[in-house]
Design a protein around this ligand. Sequence first.
Ligand SMILES: [Zn+2]
Ligand SMILES: [Zn+2]
Length: 469
Amino acid sequence: MSSANVKDQNQPRKEMKSTGLKKCFTALVDRKQVNLDIDVLNLMLKKELLINLDVLDKNLAEVLPVMLVMYMKTWPGWQRSKEYFSGKLNFKDWYEKFRQYIVVRLNYLIKNGYASVIEEMKREKKRDVDRLNPIKTYTEHGSQTDALAPKSFAPFSICINCPPSVVNSVVFGDSEDDIILRHHPELLWTNIDTMQLIHWPFIEVEFFTPELSFKRRNCFEYTRYINFTNIPLTYDKCEYIDQIEIIDPSNGRNCYTLNMLRCYVKEYMSILKSVKDIDVDVLKVGIILNQFLADIEEINMNNTMATNTSVVFNIGRSVFLRNKKISRASYTTKGPNNPVGYSEIIVPKVETSLIFFKGVQDLNTPEVSFSYLNIIKNCLKSNDVKSAINPIKPLIIYKCSFCQLNLKEEAAIIKHLQEVHKMDPNVICIKCKKSLSVCLLSSVRWKHICTTNPISLQQHSKQVPITLK
Ligand SMILES: [Zn+2]
Ligand SMILES: [Zn+2]
């Protein structure tokens, strides 16, 4: 704390030019009731915040005074009043942050038009409802957010619109009392195969033949926030099966055993393999089908799966995190010993959907086989193999749900990931804190077994080096 700060606080009002906004701020700091009429607010907008109301859309210009009041009330900086009253925060700087916040928020509305005001109002209404939630035991003084409120999260969220590669490289830190956002160099791409691709974040694959259609969607759950890196992360254990949904409620459902689906896939694959020179990558089709069967096994609903049904589950049953902070060497800080960083909690989730299955068992054969596949097999005995195989050739579509992109070629979707998303950074197991690559996890269905438990670490440290003489 410098002596200048103290002086400034003892006589803050004399030194400053009295303006409407500053008067309001001062009154709010002193927790006084503030009454403002529209004309005063409009004057503040025009003269102090330099907004030319006359050129704005009429609707927008009319609501700006209301929004100004709202931003004055909901400024997150009110939480620092404790610091101000204890002399750690300079009045002038605190006011400047307040003014800047209002300028930025109002300019955002002006740039994005009347619709953004409506959205903002809806959000504020929701926040009001949350505030009135009786579970929260703290009280508020007037319209201000109480600095002593027990909160695990700040009363605001940050929305960043950015290309997908930035999601993988953004990082937050602090510099003095500002939060800074940076973007670290993107990671080098490593080539991935079909197995990895269909377990890659945001990737969907749809499989379609006349008798079998399913979809797998990687819908990982990300919780991203800025926090103090010296505070340990807490995470409530998630449900293994998240949701089971009927895809089309107007349609019926049939239940099949995993065994029956396996038999069908086996016979189907043997037909594809028996045909030479077809323009189908049999190996890839096999991987996609087997991973779908592995989903049903992993979901473990009595080893059955119903058609017209989708299931969301925590594939691999692990939870991971990423902790990113800007290295202290790259910027200076005078702030307290609470370094700010950026954290992500990642729950790998897959939505697997059996859209339909129409395989009918052929009861005339000694082994389990299917009528339609047997018809195809008979047709293949004729000369024109290529046209005989045509009806059961699969249609496979890949999607990137982040970019809403559909592509038929595997190479094209990998290229999209490589060029637009770039490589995903490693994740850390929430239990054993081991760093693991997305390439590795995606090749093993996100399965990870913690190997370094505290006991083995202890044993390790007790080992005595042996010297050979
Ligand atoms: Zn994408
Ligand atoms: Zn682990």
